[in-house]
Design a binder for this molecule. Structure first.
Ligand SMILES: *[C@@H]1O[C@H](CO)[C@@H](O)[C@H](O)[C@H]1NC(C)=O
Length: 504
C-alpha cells in the first residue's frame, strides 16, 4: 500500500485489472434446485476429503499437506472449489463470493490474503455470505461453468446468478461491499463503545444521524448506501453516540456527514433534501483525502472519479513525506473549486518548474483558470542537415509540415509497431527517388512526440501533405509496393496541380 511511484506500467496493470473484473461478469443460468443449503462446515469437510483423495495420487503429497497445515484459520474459512463441488456450492447457497485465481498470477497472490481476511471478518459479523475460491488454472471446467475468464476474478452469486464485483480490493473494502450486497447496506451503531471501535479502524465512513430510522430522509440514505460500492454507511439515533463519530451534530434534524482519517476530517452534507443522487454526488466529491496516494488498489477509483481535474505528483517516498503537508494545504485551497469543475478533460498539463508548494499552487490556479498551455510530448529538435528523410518532432511539426511551402510526405511510426521498419525502408527509397523535387520526406516517432493537429491511430501511417491543402493530408496505403506508392504520390500531386491550374 505504500507504493508511491505510479509508473505507466503500474497504471496499465490497474486498467487491465479493471478490464478483467468487467469481462468476467456474465450471468450463469441458475437452476436453484437444492432447497437445503450446505453449511460451511460440511463444505470444508467435503474439501478435506477431496484433498485427501487427491494427495494419495500426487507425488508431492507430503509437501502439500504441510502446506495445508500452514493455512491460517482465516484461509480455512474460504471454501475451496474444485471440479466436483463448484456447481453445488454456487447453486445451493443464497450468497457466494467466488475468487477465481491462478497460483502463478501475482495479482491473485496479492488479493488472496485480503480475501481470506475479509472472510474472517464477515464470519464474525454473522454474514450469510459464503466465501469460496477456485484455482481456475487447475479446474478449467469449473472456471468456465462460472464464466471465469481472467485472473483474478471476483464474482458474487446470488441464488446461483452471478453479479459483477464492483468493490475495492482491500479486506475492509471487500467486507463493506459484500455487506451492502447481502442485505446490510447500513451499519447501526448503538453505543459509545461501538462508535469508538469504528473510529479505531481509521477508515473513511459516512455518518447518518436520524431521530428515527424511518421516513423519507432515512429511506434515501439507505438507498444511497446500497448504491455506493465502497464506503461504510453508519446510522445512529442517539445524539451522544452520533457526536462521538462526528462532533457538533444538532439533534433537531437529520444529518449526514463523511469522516476521513486525515487533516480534513469532517465534511457535512449541506443539501436541503436527502435525495439518493445528491448524497452520492456529495460522496464522489468528498470521499478522497486532500492528497491521495495512488496505489494499484485505488488507482481505478481515482481515474474513474467524476473529478476530472487531477494533479498528479510523481515523487519517491522520502520526497512525498516532506511534500505531504504543504500539498495538503495547497489541495485545501483548491478543493471546493476543483470539485465544482466537472467536465471531462483529456488534456495533459506539465508543471515545468520545480514542484515546490508555491509553484504547484500557481500551477493549479492557472489550470483552473484555463491559462495553462496543454502539454505535448516532444523530443528536442534535431539537426536535419543532409537528411534524406527529415526527423520531425512535436515542436517542429508546425514549422516543417504545416507551415512549410513544400509538399510533405510524413511517415508516422513507433518503435514497437510490427510493419514500421518495412515502411521506413520504402520511405527512404522514395525519398531518394523524389530527391530534388518539391516533395520532402519526414519521419515522426509518435511514441515520443505529439502534436494537437496530428491524429494517428495506426502505425505506420503515411500522410501526404500537399502544399496547396495542408489541412487535409491524404492517407496513403502503406501495404502498397514501392512502385504503387510512387505512382499514387505522383497522381495526388499532379491532380492537385491540375485543379489549381484550372482554377487559375
Ligand atoms: C434466494 O432464494 C430463496 C428461495 O427461493 C429466496 O427466499 C430468497 O429471497 C432469494 N434471495 C435473493 C436475494 O433473491
Amino acid at each position: 500500500m505504500s507504493r508511491t511511484k505510479p509508473t505507466s506500467r503500474f497504471i496499465y496493470l490497474s486498467l487491465t485489472l479493471l478490464l478483467l473484473f468487467t469481462l468476467s461478469t456474465s450471468t450463469l443460468s441458475s437452476e436453484t434446485g437444492d432447497e437445503d443449503s450446505e453449511g460451511i462446515e460440511e463444505l470444508l469437510a467435503l474439501d478435506e476429503e477431496a484433498e485427501r483423495e487427491e494427495h494419495q495420487g500426487w507425488s508431492e503429497a507430503s509437501a502439500r499437506s504441510s502446506e495445508a497445515e500452514l493455512l491460517t484459520k482465516a484461509q480455512r474459512i474460504v471454501v475451496e472449489l474444485n471440479g466436483d463441488n463448484t456447481k453445488k456450492v454456487v447453486e445451493g447457497n443464497e450468497f457466494v463470493l467466488v475468487l477465481g485465481y491462478a497460483p502463478w498470477c501475482p495479482r491473485s497472490a496479492e488479493l488472496m490474503p485480503q480475501f481470506a481476511e475479509a472472510a474472517t471478518s464477515l464470519k464474525e459479523l454473522g454474514s450469510p455470505l459464503l466465501m469460496a475460491k477456485l484455482d481456475a488454472d487447475r479446474y478449467p471446467k469449473a472456471a468456465s461453468l462460472l464464466q471465469i475468464k481472467g485472473f483474478p476474478t471476483l464474482l458474487l452469486f446470488v441464488n446461483g446468478t452471478s453479479q459483477i464485483y464492483t468493490g475495492g480490493f482491500s479486506a475492509e473494502e471487500i467486507v463493506i461491499w459484500a455487506r451492502k450486497k447481502t442485505g446490510v447496506p447500513v451499519t447501526r451503531i448503538n453505543s459509545v463503545a461501538e462508535a469508538e471501535e469504528v473510529l479505531k479502524k481509521g477508515h473513511t465512513f459516512v455518518t447518518g444521524f436520524f431521530n428515527k430510522f424511518e421516513g423519507q430522509d432515512y429511506e434515501e440514505y439507505v438507498k444511497a448506501a446500497t448504491a455506493d460500492n465502497e464506503i461504510q454507511f453508519i446510522e445512529v439515533s442517539d445524539i451522544e453516540v452520533a457526536n462521538v463519530l462526528f462532533p457538533n451534530i444538532k439533534p433537531a434534524k437529520s444529518f449526514v456527514g463523511i469522516v476521513k482519517s486525515e487533516p480534513e476530517r469532517y465534511t457535512t452534507f449541506e443539501g436541503t433534501s436527502f435525495e439518493k443522487e445528491k448524497l452520492l454526488q456529495f460522496l464522489e466529491h468528498n470521499k478522497f483525502p486532500l492528497v491521495t496516494k495512488l496505489t494499484e488498489i485505488n488507482s481505478v477509483r481515482v481515474y474513474s472519479s467524476p473529478i476530472k481535474l487531477q494533479v498528479i505528483i510523481f515523487a519517491d517516498e522520502d520526497q512525498f513525506q516532506k511534500l505531504l503537508e504543504p500539498l495538503q494545504n495547497v489541495a485545501r485551497k483548491f478543493k471546493s473549486k476543483v470539485t465544482a469543475f466537472d467536465n471531462s478533460m483529456s488534456s495533459k498539463y506539465l508543471l515545468e518548474s520545480d514542484p515546490t508548494p508555491s509553484n504547484i499552487e500557481d500551477f493549479c490556479s492557472r489550470l483552473l483558470h484555463g491559462t495553462l498551455a496543454p502539454y505535448y510530448k516532444s523530443q528536442p529538435i534535431p539537426d536535419n542537415t543532409d537528411a534524406v528523410v527529415q526527423i520531425i518532432v512535436g515542436k517542429s511539426f508546425e514549422d516543417l509540415v504545416l507551415n512549410s511551402p513544400k509538399n510533405v510526405l510524413l511517415e508516422v511510426h513507433t518503435p514497437w509497431c510490427i510493419n514500421c521498419e518495412t515502411t521506413s525502408k520504402q520511405v527512404e527509397k522514395l525519398a531518394k527517388h523524389f530527391k530534388g523535387s518539391d516533395l520532402v520526406f519526414g519521419r515522426f516517432d509518435a511514441s515520443t512526440n505529439e502534436h494537437p493537429k496530428l491524429h494517428v491511430q495506426d502505425y505506420p501511417t503515411l500522410l501526404l501533405y500537399r502544399a496547396s491543402d495542408k489541412a487535409n493530408p491524404i492517407k496513403l496505403y502503406t501495404k502498397s509496393s514501392l512502385k504503387d506508392l510512387a505512382g499514387s504520390i505522383n497522381k495526388h500531386l499532379k491532380a492537385r496541380d491540375k485543379v489549381t491550374k484550372d482554377e487559375l
